[in-house]
Design a protein. Sequence first.
Length: 389
Amino acid sequence: MQLPKDATGHSPLASVSIILPVHNAEQWLDECLASVLQQDFEGTMELSVFNDASKDKSMTIIEKWKMKLEDSGISVVIGGHDSPSPRGVGYSKNQAIAQSTGSYLCFLDSDDVMMPQRVRLQHEAAVQHPTSIIGCQVRRDPSDSTERYTRWINQLTSDQLLTQVFTSHGPTVIMPTWFCSRAWFSHVGPFDEGGQGVPEDLLLFYEHLRRGGGVFRVDHKLLLYRYHPYAATHSVLEMTIWTHRVHFLEEQVLPRWKSFTIWNAGKQGRRLYRSLTAASRRKVMAFCDVDENKIRKGFYCHEDSEERPKPKVPILHFQAAQSPFVICVKLVSVGYGCRAPGYQPSHSLIIRSKPRIRPDHGHRDTPHYLYPYCKSAPNPVAIKTSELS
């Protein structure tokens, strides 16, 4: 639908602004922009493009599509800069939002492709959930890339969208699928503009949760989500994600507990303990495990601590341990959630261990997260893993 001009010659607010940051995206832009043109949304739409110092033919392609889009009634706003270096994804998204007018924001990466019903279905959901980030399921390209991660994206339950917010990958609805109201984004945002290596989506997602925002997923595969070595996500180090996760855990969860047990006396349990602040470490009453060799050691000594005497934490058999727990487990050990009898979400949390790092470009394919787990549940190793084998 064409946006009519007002008396001053300016276009009024669009219903939806598609937010498209672009940096050297010439090989994907034709498909990406064609998918904007093919949307079946009947409200007013605009495309807000911000060119972040592209040195290829991205701007030529954008200008070509501008006429096609405007002829079909989609307003196009183009901004950008031609500095020697890009200023980053967070900066580009903020600029694209600032120059746009839509009441709702639909985020799109320049290497992805929307299905025709994406804007319509996510807009319907956003109207019903005005303080939520709306995501959707995805189809991966190539189809055999990051299979566990893609399955995790698409199969989380509505409860797990909130209980598994400590993932190694970031938000439980991935950034390229985000859709939300401008009013809510203005309340939560803007994106961090630290540039390369900063998980701007995770930081905004955590702020969204701090402010009481919800998470909702449209259960249709509305986005072709490309996997390639040039994606910005590869610039974010696993250690950076880990640090933010632990900080959020200490901020949002641990203040409610007087003490807790770390389930896993191995490498990842000890890593979590060492990553905590001194105040949080003092709340750790014990490690627990199922491995008799670890249990026989009796305690873990934090050798790097500056405290004297150095802290020694008991290692117990899991049956002797007291809740609440922070449980360090691998994705393939327990699946995507607790299926144990007596499960109650409020009792304790699972933090997953270090993900598999792909040696070629460091992409993280095995999610790790915090997840509720109750003391009365059986040994977590026994939980069904059939869909992950």
